[in-house]
Ligand binder design. Structure first.
Ligand SMILES: Nc1ncnc2c1ncn2[C@@H]1O[C@H](COP(=O)(O)OP(=O)(O)O)[C@@H](O)[C@H]1O
Ligand SMILES: [Mg+2]
Length: 156
């Protein structure tokens, strides 16, 4: 487990670059945390660091559920499952499975998911990175877990 303090947006952008460095084709990264914690901001930073060109807008997938980008490092899929989450866990699981993100990983896409916690099986399992973002006063704190968390540079 790694804990990274994100005092400024610049820190979050730097963390995004570090996450991009360690992600490989087929990897799944989950971003959790309350509304406004910085999940989309971090996903955007990862996307830019993977090479999504500056003239390609990276919108929040709040309504589209999934946005895909072509990058020099392969396809990136960015999803936000908030709108699918329902008290009926089985129904939510089925709807998430239907998005086909597991299959996109099989095709070699890197998949970043907001609000995906609890549904890693439907997303193909093996979470490379689980990033939990929390507000701490004016600051944010990222807690990183998962198979690749210990590959982050020591001073990230
Ligand atoms: N250190 C920081 N890291 C990330 N976002 C920050 C930070 N400081 C301020 N912000 C702001 O917080 C907001 C986070 O929004 P967003 O990423 O959409 O949240 P979420 O996707 O978790 O709901 C953005 O408006 C961003 O500019
Ligand atoms: Mg978001």
């Amino acid at each position: 487990m790694r804990i990274v303090r994100l005092g400024t947006r610049r820190d979050t952008t730097r963390l995004g670059g570090e996450i991009a460095r360690i992600l490989e084709p087929g990897d799944l990264a989950l971003f959790s945390g309350d509304l406004g914690a910085g999940k989309t901001f971090l996903a955007r930073a990862v996307a830019r660091a993977l090479g999504v060109p500056a003239d390609v807008a990276i919108a929040s997938p709040t309504f589209t559920l999934v946005q895909e980008y072509e990058t020099p490092r392969g396809t990136l899929a960015h999803a936000d499952l908030y709108r699918l989450r329902d008290e009926d866990h089985a129904k939510t699981a089925m709807e998430i499975a239907r998005l086909g993100l597991r299959e996109r990983r099989g095709d070699g896409a890197i998949v970043l998911v907001e609000w995906g916690e609890g549904f890693s099986d439907e997303l193909g399992g093996d979470v490379a990175l689980d990033v939990s973002l929390a507000l701490d006063g004016a600051e944010r704190v990222a807690t990183l877990r998962g198979d690749k968390a210990d590959r982050l540079a020591p001073h990230t």
